[in-house]
Design a protein around this ligand. Structure first.
Ligand code: NI
Ligand code: MN
Length: 228
């Protein structure tokens, strides 16, 4: 079975493997890049890095629609439970087993709150391990030495890294992050959704190819990358 990674724009992805369909940070409503995107897949799991509206996104709606549990940081999971959906609360360092493999929650240098401004615990990154492939969604984060730890301990094959700046790191930091992560493939995210996070993905790709050992894959919204 192959692993398919579908990009929905911003930091939203759907990963399919075998009979599992996993949404990560499914921000669709209000996401200008996802205007032609509809989640038709019957989701089996929803993973969320932190509580900001552009990450929690449509998680509650999709969780209800597909009866798919939300796995996220403890405080944010409690918020989801209060909204009447299935949620599984974990924290940094935690590992959760799923039908498709397992995921580890790792630090991100960022803030977190619920859409109505409540405390949502810390922001996180998520590392999925599917059939021996390690796929790291960094969430929103600045450059952090934790990338070295993640590279050394979790050894990601593929990393989704924010490059838009302003709320997260920008391109130059993401290049250094790629070197620290020692990953083989980088997919940029969290850019061009709003003017304040505009970033030229082709320039980023050139930087990655000239300054790291990694390959940069640019995905357009609705585009699917097949993991070999
Ligand atoms: Ni955020
Ligand atoms: Mn964000």
């Amino acid at each position: 079975m192959s692993i398919n990674i579908k990009y929905l724009g911003h930091s939203a992805f759907i990963i399919s493997y075998n009979n599992s369909i996993i949404a990560i940070d499914p921000f669709i409503t209000g996401n200008p890049l996802a205007s032609n995107v509809s989640v038709l897949e019957k989701l089996t799991d929803i993973l969320v890095t932190h509580g900001h509206g552009d990450h929690l996104g449509d998680s509650l709606r999709l969780s209800k629609k597909y009866n798919a549990p939300i796995t996220t940081i403890f405080e944010l999971a409690n918020y989801c439970l209060k909204k009447g959906v299935k949620a599984n609360g974990i924290n940094i360092g935690g590992k959760v087993n799923f039908d498709w493999g397992y995921a580890n929650w790792v630090p991100a240098s960022h803030s977190s709150s619920t859409p109505d401004g409540q405390y949502a615990g810390v922001a996180s990154g998520i590392i999925l391990n599917i059939n021996g492939k390690t796929i790291y969604h960094a969430g929103d984060t600045g450059l952090q030495y934790e990338f070295k730890m993640i590279g050394e301990f979790y050894k990601p094959d593929i990393a989704f890294l924010p490059i838009g700046g302003h709320y997260t790191m920008g391109q130059e930091e993401a290049v250094t992050a790629t070197n620290w992560l020692r990953c083989k493939t980088v997919i940029p995210m969290h850019y061009n959704t709003f003017d304040v996070i505009n970033s030229n993905e082709n320039e980023f790709q050139n930087l990655i190819h000239s300054s790291t050992q990694a390959k940069c894959i640019i995905l357009k919204p609705n585009e699917i990358y097949n993991v070999k």
